[in-house]
Design a protein. Structure first.
Length: 211
């Protein structure tokens, strides 16, 4: 009887925690809508940088002697000697939509890389009402973890770094869940971030993203 009573109390406690997280998630959702609508966070994402990308492509067209046409504010056309290419911000027509979609599905990318003999970070996929496994994962890494949506975005949206406590895990999970029901947790790795652009076996561009 005592064991059954303990289980009942544990289940009640779990339901209360889950309900509280769901309420906090709804409040965070409303806050996100307002912040996104008026850009109160002051963050600069890809879709805010169309003027910068447009200037870059205008310079490309000028250098090549190609024409540059603005089709819409963030869609442009370059034409040279009867050949035409259209660009939408940072996306070009050689970007295969299936490849881009796969790239946004982080657990799938991890699996494909691992199957091809490449190392991937330790990770766990969980949902907002299943934080126990994520907490166990977090406790393995004293330097903290990164919590992010498991799929979608790709622009840093919904990502929280330096997560080290249960309270921080809850907040990070709520934020990530606004973008995807599945949430990914990985160990925090300190260092600079490099992005390399390779075309036909040759590196043509490199970006260093400073912390």
């Amino acid at each position: 009887r005592a064991a059954a009573s303990d289980r009942s109390r544990a289940q009640t406690g779990f339901r209360i925690v889950t309900a509280t997280l769901q309420i906090r998630r709804r409040l965070a959702r409303v806050e996100k809508i307002v912040r996104d609508r008026f850009n109160l966070a002051g963050q600069v994402y890809v879709h805010h940088r169309f003027a910068e990308y447009r200037a870059m492509w205008q310079e490309v067209a000028r250098t090549l002697g190609a024409s540059f046409t603005v089709l819409e504010e963030d869609v442009w056309q370059l034409e040279l000697e009867g050949r035409r290419m259209r660009v939408c911000q940072h996306m070009v027509e050689m970007d295969d939509p299936v490849t881009l979609e796969i790239a946004t599905r982080k657990p799938l990318v991890h699996r494909l890389l691992r199957e091809n003999g490449l190392r991937v970070p330790d990770h766990l996929v969980f949902q907002i009402d299943r934080l126990d496994g994520a907490l166990e994962f977090l406790q393995k890494y004293s330097l903290g973890c990164v919590v992010k949506p498991a799929s979608g975005t790709g622009a840093g949206l919904g990502v929280t770094t330096h997560v080290q406590s249960m309270k921080e895990l809850q907040k990070a999970a709520i934020l990530a869940s606004l973008y995807c029901a599945d949430i990914l947790i990985e160990p925090m790795v300190f260092g600079e971030c490099y992005r390399l652009l390779v075309l036909r076996g040759q590196m043509v561009h490199a970006v260093k993203r400073r912390g």
